[in-house]
Design a binder for this molecule. Sequence first.
Ligand code: BDR
Ligand code: CA
Length: 307
Amino acid sequence: MRRKVIFDTDTASDDTIALMLSLDFFDVVGVTIVAGNVKYEYEVENALFTLEYLGREDVPVYLGAQRPIMGLWRTVEEVHGERGMGRWNIPKPSKKPENEFASDAIIRLSKEYCCELEILAVSPLTNLALAYLKDPTIVNRVKKVWIMGGAFTRGNTTEIAEFNFWVDPEAAEIVLNSGFNITIVPWEVTEEAATLTDEDWDKISKLRTRRAEFFIKVNEVLREYSKRVGSKGSVHPDSLTVTIAHDNSVILESINKKVDVETCNKARGAMLVDWYDLNKNGKKVEIVTKADSVKFKSYLFDALSKT
Ligand code: BDR
Ligand code: CA
C-alpha cells in the first residue's frame, strides 16, 4: 500500500519536480497551495499544469493562504522566473482547483486517513499552521510532517533566514511548537546534497524524455540564479526533502533537538536550534544534518528517465 501524503507547496521550479517525485513515490491525496515563491495565481496554475503534464488530473488541488499570517513578504521571481516556471509561458491548464479551503482539506484528510497521513511541507507553513489553529487535535492524526525549511547559519533570503521560514515565521513557530512528529531538512543540507552541476544537467538533457524536457524548462532560471549567488549549480531543496521522506536512508546524519523560529527584526525567520537541550519543555524534532547526494541524484535521474 502506498503511503498517503499531502503535498503543500508554493509551486514554482523545484516544487514542480518535487511534486513529480511525490506522485511517483506516494499516494498524493491532495496538493495544497500557499503564498510564497511567486504571484499566488501563477503558483496555482503551475501546480494544475504540472499535474496535467504528468497525466495526473485526478489529484485534487486546494487553494490555501494567499499571504502569511502576519508579516509582509516578497516573492522571488529572480529565482524562479516571472511566473515561476523559468521562462516557459505555460498554457492555461483546463484542470480546476477544488472549492474546499486548503487548511480545511488538511483537517478532513487527517480524519479520512487517520494516523497514516503524512505532510510534505516544501513551502511556508501557513496552511498547516491555520489547520492546527482551527483543530489542534490534528496533531494526533497526522503521522509525520516533512519540512523543507530553516538555515543553520547561511540564510538564502537574509543573512540568517531561509525563504520558507522567512516568509511566514509565525506559522513556522506555531507548527514547530505544536507537537507534530517533524523532520526538518534545512537549506545548507540541501545545498550540499541537492545541487545539480553542469555535468548533471548534461546528463539530464541527454535523457530526451518529456520529463527531462520539463525539468530543463522549469529550472533554467533557478540554475542561472543559483550560480549567480555562488552555488555550484541549481539547488533542489524540495526534491531532496520528498526523496528523504520516501527513503530515510538518504539521511546520512541527523540530530534530535528542540527548534523554534525568530519572529523579530533583522533575525526574522531564523531557525533557533536548542543545541545544548537548555529548554526542557516541548517536543524535539529531527533535523537532517547530512544527506546522500548520490542516492538523491539517482532517484531524480530515474524519475526523469521515465517516459
Ligand atoms: C525554499 O524556498 C523556495 O524558494 C523553494 O521552493 C524552497 O521550498 C528554499 O529556501
Ligand atoms: Ca517550495
